[in-house]
Design a protein around this ligand. Structure first.
Ligand SMILES: Cc1ncc(COP(=O)(O)O)c(C=O)c1O
Length: 202
């Protein structure tokens, strides 16, 4: 187990130095089990220690204001307002929150691409099964032509399509999908979109 000092800040000489990854390992997985930059780990430890100094003060009296400040900082980065942001444990939880908040009628449809992340796919499949709705995948052929993606998805829309679910950056292939155009096209047809934005802010 690495000690705290193994991660201490030093002037990074390369991107690799920004991470605590074993120098003997060529680590290519930034998804499911990706590594955090040292700077993030250090900030996380600082906050943990701060909380442990006086948990009641921290959680009971300070956390709401601190979280609001963090949302405000993030909002600036994402060019939105803090009121539009909610912190959640991870992307899968976010997809679950939206799925659980949606009322579908039997025969309604949720449309997704065939490039979605497994846990999120499983969430929609389970939710649709429970509601008697259909979860349908649209094949996105490679090589990718961005306008084709939107056209292909929208061509599969039916009068029963309630929501379109798509990744912004796909998990297995790191494709960047044209989600702004997709949202606009769906909105024009009165259809909700949920974008899985894991990786996108980075
Ligand atoms: C596109 C995409 N969505 C969702 C997830 C799931 O992320 P989490 O396990 O943080 O919920 C991943 C994980 O790599 C992903 O690549």
């Amino acid at each position: 187990v690495p000690s705290h000092s193994d991660f201490s800040a030093s002037t990074p000489s390369s991107l690799r130095d920004l991470f605590a990854i074993d120098p003997d390992v060529v680590f290519l997985n930034h998804g499911s089990f990706g590594a955090c930059p040292r700077e993030v780990l250090e900030a996380q430890w600082r906050w943990q220690l701060e909380m442990e100094r006086n948990p009641v003060e921290f959680l009971g009296r300070r956390s709401a204001e601190l979280l609001y400040r963090a949302r405000t900082a993030l909002a600036t980065e994402l060019e939105t307002r803090a009121e539009n942001l909610v912190f959640i444990p991870n992307s899968t939880t976010g997809v679950n929150i939206v799925a659980q908040s949606l009322t579908l009628e039997p025969g309604d449809e949720v449309l997704a691409t065939n490039l979605e992340y497994g846990a999120c796919d499983a969430t929609w499949q389970r939710f649709c099964d429970k509601q008697g709705a259909r979860y349908r995948h649209v094949d996105i052929p490679l090589p990718l032509k961005s306008h084709h993606v939107v056209d292909r998805i929208m061509a599969e829309v039916t009068p029963r399509t309630r929501l379109i679910f798509s990744s912004h950056i796909t998990s297995t292939t790191a494709l960047i999908l044209p989600v702004a155009e997709l949202c606009a096209a769906a909105r024009a047809r009165g259809i909700l979109t949920l974008i899985d934005g894991a990786h996108a802010p980075g």
